[in-house]
Design a binder for this molecule. Structure first.
Ligand SMILES: [Zn+2]
Length: 555
């Protein structure tokens, strides 16, 4: 739209108190019209074929405001003369969003009902220009079926806010027709200009519409009341949730306290053992213990291993399990002892329970009681957890800390490892019919075992490179009895040297199972709890304490 408004061309001229269009007057100076801006004569240019009829100043001069004032005046006259007007639609404004809208305390938006006042054409009566109303003067005052109607025509300036507020407080309807963007072409076409002033809905707004504002306020108040009710529900709900949270917190606190108390009760019997756990399982202490066990048990272990007839098994007995130190004997010794007790000389197909082997090792060689009690506690706790349906692969007690649980040695692990090694070298197999039971296998010579042949046996330990067995230096009188001075293997006491017969012709002999460990043993050939060992006799100097005291022996 062209904004160029000629200061020389004027769309309407004043004659006899009225504004005239150029087409409706005589041509030239004969039109007798004046410029509304400067009151100088105009000439009507209405004879051209190409140019739309218009006025121009008779004497060329710059006349500011002639265009605006002439269309303003012409618009007022049209409204008053024609007695009809298109009223704008009311659709809220910056301070009255239509429909009214507000959020509740949960942040959800709600809308009131929409105030719907469409644009409509009305007939006007009593239309007058420029009537003073209080402290302002609207361009036109008229009446329609709804009552007084104030009309402002905007050509250059919009109606000021102060003016609008005054009108609103006076309770009058007031509208504004916006002609500020009208072009010279539009202004010079009297028919189009009339339509723009009287008929067009899009170029006008309500500055004040008391009924619409009242309806909007009613809608807003209803919305406020509705949101107020919603907020009450929200507040009640929040209070309820808060109370629930507090109750839950209190319950959880009680539960935590109760659980903590229970935990302390469960820990109570183990506090002494726990106090030494870290030290006993430290690397340096374990290493020192292994060295000490080796020093003490080395020669005994040599003898025990030398009694193992199965070569493949013997080399596996030199391998030390990670947790081998948990029993109070060097793994060389307890592994060889377990072999002699459970495997050596047993018939193929004989079975025994792995748990029995574990119990025997523990009873025979002993354990650190405090570590063992912690492990037992873990084991029992795990069994209970399994019963309650918790999956738990490793021994674990809920009342021990994570670090404590990890530090407690698993006493079953070295036994598992020992059995695994024996299975690898082919002397043992799992009993397929009974869980936890083991079977003695056929001697390896008659058995092709592809797995054991693949697993190369470990290198022999330097401590076992040669049997340390030497001749008995102080042999007893061997002429009187063939058993005297011989080595025997006894089911309960292990390896011993037959030293003397109790009474002549009696089957009861004194047998030495260590330096200071004597037993009276029935050595009758029909008793199977002992047998002769056809090896070199034991050196008397070996500090040898292999057998277990009777009350420890495995039943
Ligand atoms: Zn002028």
């Amino acid at each position: 739209m062209s904004q160029v408004k000629s200061t020389l061309r004027v769309p309407y001229g004043l004659r006899d108190g009225k504004m005239w269009a150029a087409r409706d007057v005589l041509t030239g100076i004969a039109c007798r019209c004046l410029c509304l801006g400067c009151q100088q004569p105009l000439v009507a240019k209405n004879h051209g074929k190409k140019v739309r009829p218009h006025f121009a100043h008779h004497v060329d001069r710059a006349c500011q405001g002639a265009f605006e004032s002439s269309i303003h005046r012409r618009a007022k006259e049209l409204i008053i003369d024609k007695g009809r007007l298109m009223l704008p639609a009311w659709d809220g404004n910056e301070t009255m969003l239509n429909p009214p809208c507000a959020a509740d305390d949960d942040g959800r938006l709600h809308q009131g009902y929409r105030v719907d006042i469409p644009a409509n054409m009305v007939a006007l009566t009593d239309a007058c220009p420029e009537v003073q109303r209080g402290d302002y003067r609207p361009d036109v005052v008229a009446r329609d079926s709804e009552g007084d109607l104030l009309i402002e025509i905007r050509v250059t300036h919009a109606v000021g806010d102060q003016k609008t507020r005054n009108v609103q407080s006076d309770g009058h309807r007031m509208m504004e027709i916006d002609l500020s963007r009208i072009t010279a072409d539009q202004a010079e076409d009297p028919d189009l200009f009339e339509r723009l002033v009287l008929n067009t809905a899009s170029n006008r707004i309500w500055l004040s519409h008391p009924q619409a504002s009242d309806a909007w306020r009613r809608s807003r108040d209803e919305l406020k009341a509705m949101i107020g009710a919603k907020n009450k529900v929200i507040a009640a709900d929040r209070a309820y949730r808060q109370r629930l949270r507090e109750e839950n917190d209190a319950q959880r606190k009680t539960r935590t306290t109760r659980k903590e108390r229970h935990r302390q009760e469960c820990r109570q019997p183990h506090l002494t053992a726990l106090a030494t756990l870290k030290k006993k399982t430290s690397k340096s202490v374990i290493e020192a213990k292994c060295l000490e066990l080796l020093r003490r048990d080395r020669s005994s272990a040599d003898v025990a291993v030398s009694l193992v007839t199965e070569d493949a098994a013997r080399s596996y007995l030199h391998v030390v399990p990670d947790l081998g130190w948990v029993y109070d004997a060097h793994p060389y010794l307890w592994q060889a002892g377990a072999y002699l007790r459970f495997i050596e000389g047993k018939l193929p197909g004989q079975t025994f329970e792995q748990a029995a082997l574990g119990r025997w090792v523990r009873a025979t060689y002993g354990v650190d009681e405090s570590l063992w009690s912690l492990f037992r506690a873990q084991w029992v706790a795990r069994s209970e957890a399994l019963k309650r349906g918790h999956h738990m692969r490793l021994p674990w007690a809920w009342f021990f800390s994570r670090e404590e649980n990890k530090r407690i040695p698993n006493f079953f692990e070295p036994i598992d490892e020992f059995v695994g090694k024996m299975m690898r070298c082919g002397v043992l197999a799992r009993d397929p019919n009974r869980r936890g039971w083991l079977t003695i296998c056929e001697p390896p010579k008659s058995r092709a075992d592809p797995i054991s042949s693949l697993v190369s046996p470990p290198a022999p330990s330097p401590f076992f490179s040669t049997p340390h067995i030497v001749s008995v230096t102080a042999a007893p009188d061997q002429n009187s009895d063939p058993l005297l001075g011989k080595n025997i293997w006894h089911e309960s006491f292990g390896i011993g040297v037959v030293m003397a017969r109790m009474v002549r012709c009696s089957p009861v002999y004194n047998v030495r199972f260590g330096d200071d460990y004597w037993r009276r043993i029935l050595l009758r050939s029909d008793h199977h709890d002992w047998r002769l060992i056809d090896r070199s006799p034991l050196p008397s100097a070996v500090p040898w304490q292999y057998g277990a005291p009777p009350h420890h022996s495995h039943a």
